[in-house]
Design a protein around this ligand. Structure first.
Ligand code: 2NL
Length: 370
């Protein structure tokens, strides 16, 4: 029997709910019975027509008839009901008379949507390979926030406020932070080192951790720069860690990553958070260290036979001072740390000549790594 709008005598929430549910069910049933354009028009008119459509009747019968104290509740319920009925009427379409379908039921006879199988992104794949090398040495993986405070990104890493070393990392600051003290101001982390500090605050020594993640710098994009890139940092702290441990660990890691025949080479360098500091070079895995490719020069190593892969050093005692209270007394513990750019290593590994290709999301580029 066709639905007619009942008169309401009981305006309790339960009874309003029941009346609304019956109305919605009737509308859904009728929407499924639409078989032609003419059906669709009369279905719409029956429910929506301003003059005497079902919604208009509900307004008259349920709202106007409601006792004063129930008017507010009834008004809200009728508005919800109208919204739902309007949805059903708008979704109604000419059906084929076989399957009774609305937007709320699934037609299990339709073929599925085939989703192409994805592949690990080359940068993430490289990142996972590097992390796995250190996990096999007993390192744990830590992660932390990409939006950081000035304190964790700079101050606790021995970059004092206004120190020129800060200028070496063109920083993207979050706007509108001027009213906060400098150490609380937010920025996009320029390296993953803040996570090392956060981890040392939580875990007492000894620790061995690696930290992979996204970092940002205000560098204009070109073939070798991207304002967003990836870093892996590592940290080992114990009572008697030496530069010899640093060299042995990284030499092993480079052989595990690039093949057992690569040689490593350390050159003095500077970082605010390590002392002494070094850059680590490996024999070029493109030309095998000869500097030549066939008759021509080897480009990736600029004919030197060596490729710079990371920066490292012994943790500066000033850094330990910030986490001293959690067992990192620089008189008692020492440690080494290192950091590398994952994207740059992925470029070398896959022979890609433009870092932008990694982040443009062009499936034709990315599917080559599948
Ligand atoms: C680079 C150099 C480096 C570190 C990162 C570090 C972290 C703490 C203390 C001391 Cl908490 N050092 N990290 C140390 C040396 C170098 O990164 O060129 N990265 C791409």
């Amino acid at each position: 029997m066709a639905y007619t709008v009942p008169k309401l005598t009981d305006y309790s929430p339960a009874s309003l709910e029941k009346a609304a549910a019956e109305c919605i069910a009737a509308c859904q049933t009728e929407s499924r019975e639409v078989r032609s354009d003419a059906d669709l028009k009369s279905f719409r008119d029956r429910w929506m027509a301003r003059k005497n459509g079902i919604l208009t009747q509900i307004n008259g019968l349920w709202l106007k008839g409601a006792p004063k104290e129930a008017k507010r509740e009834a008004g809200m319920r009728v508005n919800q009901l109208k919204a739902r009925i309007t949805e059903i009427v708008e979704a109604a379409h000419v059906g084929d008379g076989t399957a009774a379908l609305t937007s709320e039921s699934a037609d299990i006879s339709l073929p599925g949507i085939r989703r192409p199988i994805g592949a690990e992104h080359p940068v993430i794949k490289t990142q996972n390979e590097i992390v796995a090398v250190f996990q096999r040495l007993g390192y744990s993986v830590a992660e932390g926030p990409v939006v950081e405070t000035d304190y964790y990104n700079f101050e606790a890493l021995n970059f004092p406020p206004n120190h020129p070393a800060r200028d070496t990392q063109d920083t993207l600051f979050i706007a509108g932070q001027e009213s906060k003290p400098q150490r609380e101001r937010l920025l996009l982390r320029t390296h993953t080192s803040p996570v090392q500090i956060r981890t040392m605050e939580k875990m007492r020594p000894p620790i061995r951790i690696v930290i992979p993640g996204k970092v940002h710098r205000n560098d204009p994009p070109d073939a070798s720069h991207s304002p967003m890139f990836h870093q892996i940092e590592g940290l080992a702290v114990d009572t008697d860690i030496t530069f010899g441990d640093l060299k042995g660990t990284l030499d092993h890691a480079m052989k595990a990553l690039f093949g057992s025949s690569v040689k490593t080479h350390f050159r003095p360098s500077f970082f605010p958070f390590t002392e002494p500091s070094a850059e680590l070079y490996v024999t070029c895995f493109i030309c095998g260290g000869s500097g030549k490719r066939g008759d021509g020069p080897c480009r990736p190593c600029k004919q030197t036979g060596w490729i710079e892969v990371l920066g490292c050093g012994m943790v500066d005692p000033n850094v330990f001072e910030f986490v001293k209270d959690n067992g990192y007394d620089p008189k008692r513990v020492s440690g080494f740390a290192f950091g590398m750019g994952v994207d740059r290593l992925a470029l070398l590994k896959y022979g890609v000549d433009d870092i932008q290709l990694f982040f443009q999301g062009d499936v034709r580029f990315l599917e080559q790594f599948g």
